[in-house]
Design a protein. Structure first.
Length: 220
């Protein structure tokens, strides 16, 4: 099966499974999404979704956020991990938004990536999900699945993003990256993976990945 045929099969299958994938992080506008995405680094969406209502009850806009101290922010977000770095980033980017952007999140990769604690993946999520600009954010699920499916060589997330953008049509990027995340969580996990339920990998996956799966299963 060629990569183009694989891509067509992936799109068709995921459209059947997840016709309208919801955005996993709860938010109400670009600012609250930006903060939620920043908090999700090395954490889970579920955990972030339990913390953001507490944080946003105190400050759901950059003007109110900079009225809090970094210590206050850190205390609230502690359960999501990396709180010293994240609290500094939240306060710092909120200050920039107030001083430079009239409190509004810019709809530009370049401007977003200049902000504290905002990397390319975070900027891609915001551009895609808040502004509907075509982007293909690559998280651990997407990185893992596109390697298992033979779409990318798995060298690094930057290469995975390039490979994904090359093979998948631009008009499906925003929806597809969410669909792959949901599929990875449900059918193609890093641990406790059951290939028999993973219909996509079973049909189009790398032979080396499938062989390794059965080899490990045989050894258990």
């Amino acid at each position: 099966m060629t990569k183009k045929e694989k891509a067509d099969y992936i799109i068709k299958t995921l459209d059947e499974l997840y016709p309208e994938p919801p955005i996993p992080l709860e938010h109400k506008d670009p600012y609250t999404l930006l903060i939620a995405v920043l908090l999700s680094a090395q954490s889970t969406d579920a955990r972030v979704n339990t913390i953001t209502p507490i944080l946003f009850a105190k400050a759901d806009n950059p003007y109110d956020m900079i009225k809090l101290s970094e210590d206050e922010i850190r205390e609230i977000i502690k359960p999501v991990g990396l709180s010293p770095m994240k609290s500094k980033g939240i306060y710092g980017l909120s200050k920039i938004l107030v001083e430079k952007y009239d409190g509004k999140v810019p709809d530009s990769f370049e401007d977003l990536e200049k902000m504290p604690a905002v990397g390319h993946k975070t900027a891609s999520v915001v551009m895609s999900q808040a502004f509907n600009v075509p982007a293909f954010p690559v998280d651990t699920h997407i990185h893992r699945l596109l390697y298992r499916w033979g779409i990318s060589n798995g060298k690094n997330v930057t290469q995975t993003e390039k490979d994904a953008k090359k093979i998948f049509p631009k008009d499906v990027w925003n929806k597809l990256h969410l669909q792959i995340i949901y599929y990875g969580r449900e059918y193609c996990q890093a641990r406790g993976w059951n290939l028999e339920k993973d219909i996509i990998t079973k049909k189009i996956g790398r032979k080396s990945v499938i062989n390794e799966y059965y080899k490990n299963k045989k050894g258990l």
